[in-house]
Design a binder for this molecule. Structure first.
Ligand code: ZN
Length: 494
């Protein structure tokens, strides 16, 4: 029997505003879509929090035994400035500024995104599709929406008719807005506007002659609207209705609301059963913003090269810090908070290391390991409550330290069970790596390579070139390059 049959997972569904028992559409399988980054600049720490939250959710679902297809897209076209229907494409604008091809901009920041998430120990999604790779699918959806009467074409652009849609469906049900309020808050249309109603949004935009990112379509050369790619890619890989759609809270409106409208207008069914939203990260109590300089990039935290923090922090400490808050709560990053997290993280890692060396006794255990294990599951089953989980893990740390000091005892079987439980929740579910161990490994590697360099030097001195060449070649095969210079031999790892 799989774990998911034994554990009752509840999730906060933004669509209903309730905590609901999670039940996947197909037994044993979960389809999850998360809106990925628009790759026109280095990834923001706030975005990292969102992706880390869904990484933790992905990890826990997998741990429960689900086969999860996790789709997280890359937006490489169609996302205009200010998330609006008018203005420059964010990527094309950056390309002009840096005199690059738009796809060079996309490549550069996609690489940065992957590297940063790797530092934070995020698992790669199952599929990472791009908007430009799915233009045909997006055009097909627009055709369907037009056929169903929920869109109209004007001068080479196609707009979604929100008013028409709202007559038969509920536009605003995710964000809790109603159409009347939206009308009151939107600017009045001018004579130049192509839209029928101010709240309509673009499915396809005609490309003006200067617009470089353009594709042919039945309505002429143009590019897709920003919301459409997620509908196209989620439908293609997860089906017309799938289990979980995630993203940052800021995407709820208009992006996710528009996704629901597009999918319902195209397929006549609700696209997603559970909408999950991760909350934002603030810095020193204020919203992060580049314009006010209240902003920090992951690389600046790892290097310590910034004006905000007193020292550098490892990615694992930052990840631990993020996991200490519930993903739906606002989290504030500050120097004090990171210093406190660092202390906690090392305490936890210390306890993890001592687990394998615990002296076991034949007497009974003072600590109910089974109850502890179930408390960890209960925390995670309650809408992925990582702060409660971490509190439970620290209860265990306390007991581990008491056993170490000889003040309490644990049986061999319980020690094994405790060790396995800690491994599951600390490493697999929270994704916390022992960064200190990684450093030790690199020291060990350095020692081994230097030993081989010395052996090679000896062989060369003895004119045993067969051996010296063998050492060099086999190191190259392992990705380690030796470089002979006048001050001796150095090495680099590729
Ligand atoms: Zn999206």
């Amino acid at each position: 029997m799989q774990l998911y049959n034994q554990q009752t997972l509840k999730v906060s569904n933004s669509l209903t505003g309730k905590k609901e028992v999670f039940k996947s559409i197909k037994d044993g399988y979960v389809g999850m879509y998360v809106c990925g980054p628009t790759v026109y600049s280095n990834v923001h720490l706030g975005n990292c929090r969102t992706f880390m939250s869904f990484d933790m959710i992905f990890r826990y679902l997998k741990h429960l035994g689900y086969k999860v297809r996790y789709v997280r897209n890359i937006t490489d076209a169609g996302h205009l400035e200010n998330d609006a229907d008018e203005g420059e494409d964010k990527i094309a604008k950056k390309a002009k500024l840096e005199q690059l091809e738009p796809m060079e901009v996309v490549q550069r920041y996609t690489v940065d995104f992957h590297e940063t998430l790797q530092h934070f120990n995020l698992l790669p999604p199952s599929i990472e599709p791009t908007a430009t790779g799915h233009i045909i699918e997006q055009i097909e959806i627009i055709k369907n929406i037009l056929d169903n009467g929920f869109a109209y074409e004007v001068n080479g652009s196609v707009y979604f008719d929100v008013v028409k849609f709202n007559e038969s469906n509920d536009y605003g049900k995710l964000s809790g807005r109603n159409l009347e309020d939206m009308v009151a808050n939107t600017r009045v249309l001018t004579a130049q506007d192509d839209k029928r109603n101010p709240q309509d949004f673009a499915l396809w935009k005609k490309a003006e002659p200067q617009h470089i990112m353009r594709w042919p379509s039945p309505w002429g050369d143009g590019f897709p609207g920003w919301h459409l790619e997620c509908t196209a890619m989620s439908t293609k890989y997860l089906g017309e209705t799938f289990d979980i759609h995630g993203g940052g809270m800021d995407l709820k409106f208009p992006h996710h609301e528009c996704e629901i409208a597009q999918a319902e207008a195209c397929n006549s069914q609700s696209p997603v059963n559970y909408w999950l939203h991760a909350n934002m990260l603030t810095l020193n109590g204020k919203k992060m913003s580049k314009s006010t300089n209240n902003n920090i990039y992951p690389s600046e935290i790892f290097s310590g090269n910034n004006d905000i923090l007193s020292k550098a922090f490892t990615p694992a400490v930052v990840r631990f810090f993020m996991m200490q808050a519930h993903y739906t709560s606002i989290l504030d990053l500050s120097d004090e908070a990171l210093l406190a997290s660092e202390k906690g993280y090392y305490k936890l890692m210390e306890a993890m290391k001592s687990l394998s060396k615990l002296e076991t006794a034949t007497t009974t255990t003072n600590f109910d390991v089974d109850a502890f294990k179930q408390q960890c599951y209960d925390a995670m089953n309650d809408d992925f409550n990582t702060p409660i989980l971490i509190a439970k893990l620290f209860d265990a740390v306390k007991r581990i330290n008491l056993i170490k000091e000889g003040k309490e005892t644990i049986s061999e079987a319980d020690a094994k069970k405790l060790s396995a439980t800690m491994e599951v929740f600390v490493s697999q579910v929270l994704g916390l790596k022992d960064q200190a161990t990684t450093d030790n490994n690199s020291e060990t590697l350095e020692g081994v390579v230097n030993l081989l360099i010395n052996l090679r030097n000896q062989a060369r001195a003895n004119k045993d070139f067969a051996t010296s060449d063998k050492i060099r070649d086999e190191l190259i095969a392992m990705g380690i390059q030796l470089k002979d210079g006048k001050d001796g031999t150095t090495f680099s790892i590729n």
